[in-house]
Design a protein. Structure first.
Length: 458
């Protein structure tokens, strides 16, 4: 059985990023570049993934997790040297190794799969992923022989004037026969302008050994673009965002204005949902079918079921169920679960709150650490007073309860089923079901006293 291995080269310091953050951990569409690469390699079913790390190794390991194997490159002496750091992990294994750089987040999953399949079909010792550029400055050129077979790859700095006219370039992504790769790596020398050990030199070594070298060309030059500075990072973000948006539209989602719609890489959206301008969908957000999200909605790690309407609202790590309406100008904080056919209106904040089916919090309220039953009406200005300065406490409101305007519910407190809290009440004791609670000063009118106060103020 031909096993499949992958090596991700991610040891470069990335000095041109001018950042404290390790280069491959910079995000594109909400996900670190190296995570994009690893996720795509997992999707093409490689048996083992090794990541070569250097600067910021611990941060990369924390991001990618323990199911990845790691090799450490203490000194960055080139890509061939980086591959040699995997010697103990891979040298004696039989199979195919795909090599990808950790700063190429635009590479497509289907391209990696196609490269691997082509390599196996033609029984090559090495296959290089190539593309053609109008301006190939800075890239390694593909030098072919008179039979149009790949002969070698020459880096831009080492290329002759004639070689620099070649438009076909190496993306830096390869497939190799694993054992032939490691045998050739031992012969790579650093007699070049940079004094580095180049992985592309393996191609020339294998050619001299009469091994078959193949090329697999992508017609999308953006796939092989490496990210070396903030300008390229911005461009990669732009390209990937366009791809993501187009993918959703092709799958039956309406984006009113794709140019002002920001959807991160792992977001899922159901058919016939409409995403309005200025909307941000982040993290692991899932939007169901027939939803209307936006304008100006910002959702992070949030689940929307079907037919949910949200506008001018921020939602974080929460669930909003079928046919619920949220906004405008609501703030739903982590841990909230908004039930079916509910309404959360303007300037309402929920935090770690369960809102039962059919309940309404229409405006100007704060419900924190609360469990609200079904068909509850929460009046304007209601606050669950959940924090005593030391601990957070929970408020429980039963089904069919009515909470009048400007009520303060001082937790821990429980309002029973069908109970009624009068407007302006401050409740610090449980209210039994079907009871009415009034907790406010009796009104006193002092006739003529207003004129006296006004004279005093003057």
């Amino acid at each position: 059985m031909n096993q499949k291995f992958a090596v991700v080269l991610a040891a470069g310091q990335g000095t041109r990023m001018k950042s404290k953050l390790y280069k491959v951990l910079h995000k594109v569409c909400g996900k670190p570049m190296v995570q994009h690469i690893v996720d795509k390699l997992r999707n093409i079913s490689v048996d083992e993934i090794a990541v070569v790390v250097g600067h910021g190794a611990e941060a990369v390991k924390q991001q990618l997790g323990s199911d990845i194997k790691y090799a450490f490159q203490e000194q960055q002496l080139g890509t061939a040297h980086a591959m040699l750091m995997c010697k103990d992990l891979l040298k004696d294994k039989v199979g195919t190794t795909i090599v990808v750089t950790g700063d190429t987040p635009l590479i497509k999953e289907e391209t990696l799969r196609g490269l691997m399949q082509h390599h196996l079909q033609v029984h090559a010792a090495a296959t290089v992923l190539t593309t053609v550029l109008d301006d190939a400055t800075g890239y390694g050129r593909i030098v072919r022989n008179h039979q149009s077979h790949v002969e070698r790859i020459v880096e831009h700095k080492d290329a002759t004037e004639e070689e620099r006219k070649i438009g076909e370039i190496s993306t830096g992504i390869f497939c190799f026969d694993n054992q032939k790769l490691f045998a050739a790596l031992a012969e790579v020398r650093n007699d070049n302008v940079q004094g580095e050990y180049y992985l592309p030199d393996v191609i020339e070594i294998l050619t001299k050994q009469n091994e078959m070298i193949s090329a697999y060309q992508t017609d999308d030059p953006e796939e092989g673009m490496g990210v070396n500075d903030r300008v390229q990072l911005s461009y990669a973000e732009q390209v990937m965002r366009r791809r993501i948006n187009e993918g959703h539209m092709k799958n039956g989602v309406t984006l009113i204005d794709p140019a002002t719609t920001y959807i991160e890489a792992d977001v899922v959206i159901g058919r016939d949902s409409v995403i309005e301008p200025g909307t941000h969908l982040r993290g692991k957000t899932v939007v169901g079918e027939d939803c209307v999200v936006g304008p100006q909605a910002d959702l992070t790690d949030t689940i929307l079921e079907n037919e949910v309407h949200i506008q001018y609202t921020v939602v974080q790590q929460s669930t909003i169920r079928n046919v619920a309406s949220v906004g405008p100008f609501a703030y739903v904080r982590p841990g909230s679960d908004i039930g079916e056919h509910t309404k959360v209106g303007d300037f309402v904040e929920l935090k770690n709150t369960i809102l039962g089916n059919g309940s309404k919090v229409s405006h100007l309220s704060y419900l924190g650490d609360a469990t609200v039953g079904q068909h509850v009406n929460v009046g304007c200005g209601t606050i669950t007073v959940n924090y005593d300065g030391v601990k957070k406490h929970r408020t429980i409101i039963g089904d069919n309860a009515f909470i009048g305007c400007n009520a303060n519910l001082i937790a821990p407190v429980q309002i029973g089923d069908g109970a009624y809290v009068a407007a302006g009440s401050t409740i610090n004791q449980d209210v039994p079901e079907q009871s009415m609670a009034i907790a406010r000063e009796r009104q006193t009118n002092k006739e003529g006293y207003a004129a006296k106060l006004l004279r005093k103020e003057k």
